[in-house]
Every structure is written in structure tokens, then in C-alpha cells.
Design a protein around this ligand. Structure first.
Ligand SMILES: N[C@@H](CCC(=O)N[C@@H](CS)C(=O)NCC(=O)O)C(=O)O
Length: 209
């Protein structure tokens, strides 16, 4: 399999952490993308959506979205599943969708403008709306996490990816201003210490080309 990836994307990290958890790393050839937004990057030629992660299977088939890739990798793994099928499933998927919502709002509505457009072109009222939504959602997430403690499932794994990404891009995301961030940061640190699949995939700046 080939995985188009970056060292910073929380979506990619979810897929990589699932692969690591199931000890699948040796089966995956990593294709580094350092400028996810650039039309010249390989993933933009190979993947019609132009997004990472993208996974090409050994038979040539493609999987394009981190949720789909994570579930596929989990389905071929041999460790206990990260996607529970018992009655805890919908509690897990509810937390999962909260983490997903924070990331989607932040990476589509906030970051690209802040990274690539002059301040005079920012849609500031939209930014404020997203910051308020994040503030509310992070408090809900901190509360929902109490039922899981340090258990690892796809939702807690993804929530670590989300929290660490907000902190990693703090100058753009305003992470330090969220009232739940101290509690979430302490929890994510504990999870990173407990689980090598998280510790070994923490976001880092890409190597310079
Ligand atoms: N919902 C998608 C989001 C993927 C995504 O937005 N990835 C970013 C990197 S963090 C990307 O490739 N952005 C490139 C672009 O939007 O042009 C998933 O879960 O895979």
C-alpha cells in the first residue's frame, strides 16, 4: 500500500496512528507531501480531490478520506478493533464527530485564509463564529472524554490528533485561548505517553526541501 501523507495533518495522523496500532507500518510505503495546498504536489495529480491522506491499495484501488482509510486499516489489522461494534459504538462515534467538526471548521474556515491571504481579505466574522464554535465544542469534548478516561478507541485517538494539532498550530488556531485547552492538553499528553501509536505520530514540521 502507498500512503500520501504529511507530518502535520491531523487527518493523516489518524490514519498513521491506526496503521501503527495494528503494526501495519511495514506494509505501507509513505509518500511525503510537504505542501498540501500546492497544485504541483504529487497528490494533486494522483488524487482528484487533491487532499491527504490518500491510500492506494496493492491492487491499484484508491481510498481518499482519513475516516475511510482509518476504518480500512482497522479492518485488516489484528489488534482489537478501534471501531467498537457493541453498544458503546454511538458514544464513540459521537465523540469522533465532535473532534472531526472542530478540525473541519478550523482547517477549512480558518487556516487557509490565515496562512495564504493578506489580513485585509480575511472573512473575520466567519473566523469569530468558528472560534466560538470551537470554544463551545471543546468544552463538550472535555466533558464527553470523562466516560473514556485513557481508553484507546478511534474517537479518543482522533481527539488526541485534534488537540495536538490545535496546539501545534496555536498561532493560527488561537488554541491557548480556549477555556478547556489546559484540561485537554494534560489528557492528550497522558495518551501520548501511554500509546506508542500516538507518541510516534505527533505533529512535526516537515523536513526542508
Ligand atoms: N475530511 C478529509 C480532510 C482532508 C484534508 O483537508 N487534508 C488537508 C491536509 S490537513 C489537505 O489535503 N488540504 C489540501 C487542500 O485543501 O488543498 C479527511 O478526513 O481526509
Amino acid at each position: 500500500m502507498k500512503l500520501w501523507y504529511s507530518t502535520t495533518s491531523p487527518f493523516v495522523r489518524k490514519a498513521r496512528a491506526v496503521a501503527h496500532y495494528h503494526n501495519l507500518q511495514d506494509q505501507i510505503e509513505l509518500k511525503l507531501v510537504t505542501r498540501a495546498f500546492s497544485a504541483e504536489e504529487a497528490h494533486n495529480q494522483d488524487n482528484p480531490l487533491g487532499r491527504i491522506p490518500a491510500l492506494q491499495l496493492d491492487n491499484g484501488d484508491w481510498l481518499y478520506n482519513s475516516s475511510v482509510i482509518a476504518e480500512y486499516l482497522d479492518s485488516i489489522g489484528t489488534e482489537p478493533t478501534l471501531f467498537p461494534k457493541d453498544k458503546s459504538r454511538w458514544k464513540v462515534m459521537s465523540l469522533y464527530s465532535l473532534a472531526e467538526g472542530v478540525l473541519e471548521n478550523t482547517t477549512t474556515g480558518l487556516l487557509p485564509e490565515k496562512m495564504f491571504r493578506p489580513e485585509s481579505e480575511w472573512w473575520l466574522s466567519r473566523h469569530q463564529q468558528i472560534l466560538k464554535r470551537n470554544e463551545r465544542t471543546l468544552k463538550v469534548i472535555a466533558n464527553e472524554l470523562k466516560q473514556f478516561g485513557t481508553e484507546l478507541n478511534i474517537a479518543t485517538l482522533y481527539t488526541v490528533c485534534m488537540v495536538d494539532f490545535l496546539l501545534f498550530r496555536a498561532t493560527l488556531t488561537g488554541a491557548e485561548n480556549y477555556s478547556a485547552i489546559t484540561e485537554l492538553k494534560a489528557w492528550a499528553e497522558k495518551m501520548n505517553d501511554l500509546y506508542p501509536c500516538l507518541k510516534d505520530t505527533v505533529p512535526v514540521m516537515p523536513p526542508q526541501r
